[in-house]
Unconditional design. Sequence first.
Lengths: 371, 598
Amino acid sequence: MNSPVAIYVHVPFCPSKCGYCDFNSYALAGDIVGRTVEAMLAEIRRSPWRGRPAKTIFFGGGTPTFLDADCLTALLDAVVEAHPPIEGAEITSEANPGTVDQEKFRAMTRAGFNRISLGAQSFVPEDLLRLGRVHGAADVGHAVRAAREAGFANLNLDLMFGLPGQSSRAWRQNLDLALSLKPEHLSLYCLTIEPDTRFARLDRRGMLDLPDEDAQVEFYDLAVACTGNAGYEAYEISNFAKPGYECRHNLCYWRGEEYLAYGPGAVGCFAEPAGLRTRYTNQKHPERYCEAIESAGDLWCASESLDEGVLRTERIMLGLRLREGIDHLPSLDPHALASLRSRGWLEPEGARLRLTPAGRHFCTEVAAALI
Amino acid sequence: MPQSHIRNFCIIAHIDHGKSTLADRIIERCGAIRGTAQEQMLDTMDIERERGITIKMTAVRLAYTARDGNTYEFNLIDTPGHVDFTYEVSRSLYACEGALLVVDASQGVEAQTIANASMAMNQNLEIVPVINKIDLPHADVIRAREEIENAVAIDASEAVLCSAKTGEGIDDILEAVVHRIPPPKGDPKAPLRALIFDSHFDTYQGAVAYVRVVDGSVKPGDKIKMMATGSTFEVDTVGVFRPALEKAQHLKTGEVGFLTAAMKTIGDAAVGDTVTSAAHPAEEPLPGYRKAKPMVFCGLYPSDSDSYEDLRDAIEKLRLNDASLDFEPETSVALGFGFRCGFLGLLHMEIARERLEREFGLDLILTAPSVDYLVHRTNGEIEHCSNPSDMPPPNESAFIEEPIVDSTIMVPNEYVGTVMNLCQERRGTYVRTEYPTQNRVILHYVLPLAEILLDFFDRLKSSTRGYASFDYELAGYQRSDLVKVDILLNGDPVDALCFIVNKQFSYQRARAMVEQLRKVVPRQQYEVRIQAAIGAKVIAADTVKPYRKNVIAKCYGGDVTRKRKLLEKQKEGKKRMKQIGSVELPQEAFLSVLRVAE
């Protein structure tokens, strides 16, 4: 198989761990950082998929920009060498507004990155403090301007809503500030309390003052309305883009395409003969990951084989998130479909089915009814 | 063995006073089992050993060579140690001429000591008091003697002192059995009369009846007749307990043993029935037979509705060995197909549940236990009702009677106030107080059975630091101001959750139930109204607001597997939801509410 494929690179380091975060990220420093980069370079160079062209490349984390420009460049060079990008390939890096400057952005565009995704989260200083972010409210504007000057013509801002103590007005202001920076793409996430995080512990003790479900629904509807008025399309549950600027890398996930992944804790999913898929997870902790690479040990800490039934479930679960929806499969339960349509959650769109604006609030419910 | 050398006796005691250990020592001393490793060999079920109580009694035949040089045949008959099984105790006492009344030297006389002793005295048994655990540092033999004399009203001057643990005094007990307990009377020439005091079911032999031959004798080939049921059988085998069953040629007057006769169900060998000769039947049966009557009822449902047939098989098998277990099929809107089961008491219910779950691998839902009410309808008819959902509406019943018990509570002085408060709270009627010793008191109360089904015993124990002991016997019915409280979800009654309660507690219980439900009913697409009502009158209500969203904020390549598993779990959980009208309830919600009701 030599078809173009999405490539993900996981940088597992952060300046500090945020209170809500359950990603595979570590606030580590010192030798382990350089050692991990070396191991990642080795992993990419030895990749069994060498030669498959890259459809998209995405550096995520963690905080990729925790690494210096040379490391980022070396890693991207290695990926490009192993997976020559197709013409016009989207090459993204996530960045924390507190870990970047114009110089680093310049080095990144020189290296070949053409899309930047900034983890802004909020423009309210108290929010950022509470979330445990390392950047200040003003850093976001500076970072956007620096990125633009460095040549990034495709820029995303991540924002969160449903934050502790957040009012509808404060969220509205955040949205306006974000829109005023004219990003091509916005990711707007409702804060989710994940188990085993600092926020989960605070929440259990009743110390988070989270907006209730009604407020969360209102905030989301507000986000859809504001971005819609500003010319963005809600092409996925939490993702909004100017026409033509949808994140092509992430679309691969939602469309159930293959993706290859490198780095500690990175998750990849590749096609096997006979229509099956294998999904794997690399060793999560940088130490374990380095050991596995250095001693040619077991690189995967988990893998699963996805059969037709599982793939169908995933296609429904992920496809419903997209505005383009899912294929109207003959295997879908007609009673469930009729019931979901009568509730006004699902609508046909040509040969496809998609969530209505009301149905988007119940995406999981709809998926559960259809799988 | 001449009849004069037979001694049939049992051991009676309050729970934990060392009955089973003493039985083990006696068995060992008589050499029935050498170098035994397994403690408490008369308790055969795992559950009995775990709970330290005897549920299913057994018997053992022992040979004892006394100090007078003669060898005696002892039949030691074990008795169940719990109030649920009082009837079985009374039958096993009837198979004996004497009883060892065991009293813990450190605890003294307790409520069950008194209850068991008075039962033994009513059957004219010779009672040999035994003061056990004299090796304990806080053993108080003088006080124990005093309590036996005052509370049980028997002469304790010749009480045997022993420690079943160390073996001290065991020989004295055996000598006392020989000299103080009379040999069986009975007429060897009279027509056969044998009392069935227990039974078990054997897959190959059918029901095995444990009998005490009172008159005549029985041997294989004899045609026998059960006097209460009227059915006839031909005896296959007879034998004795050593304690394993050992075949014998015959059972003669005064002997204790077993017989098999191809009896297909345990009901053919009903405890309390009299076995007689089919050819020359006795004129009068032995006294005291009655059918075991269930006191406590509950619905038993498989938590997975697909295992209904498995549950039926399991209950039928359990009943083979437990004639007092009553059951009939029942359907609940909320829980599907199951059985309404009757038990002798709460312990019996718990044991049945544990055996069904453990021995048959079932996962069960039990509805809240109920007693058997007598409903006097406005048209004059009287009917039994043991299922709250069958209770007629208030306008159709003139009044309702509920079962009551005579209870005996023995407690140290300082807790009398606490216990009286508890009894008042549980609608008890004070009867009288006795003072067996300076610092112990016996309280007599009439209590509604339904009130002790809840957590009465636990409350009694915890409010007296474990010092109170408790015993009760049924005392008929009493008119009571009872109401049925329905629980409704969006107007639809949930049959499995309705309950019967005294009117004065109805608001409190209804409120608690509604609150608990509000906590466990998941938010749904629609608002859910939870109501508790008596007839058409709503006495407590609450609502669960509809959910507004169910969506994952982000889902990228690394999240897919975990999110998919969550989704599959949600789907699986939905399948197991119980649909009540328009409301979906997870299984767990039911369970937690029913637990509160317990």
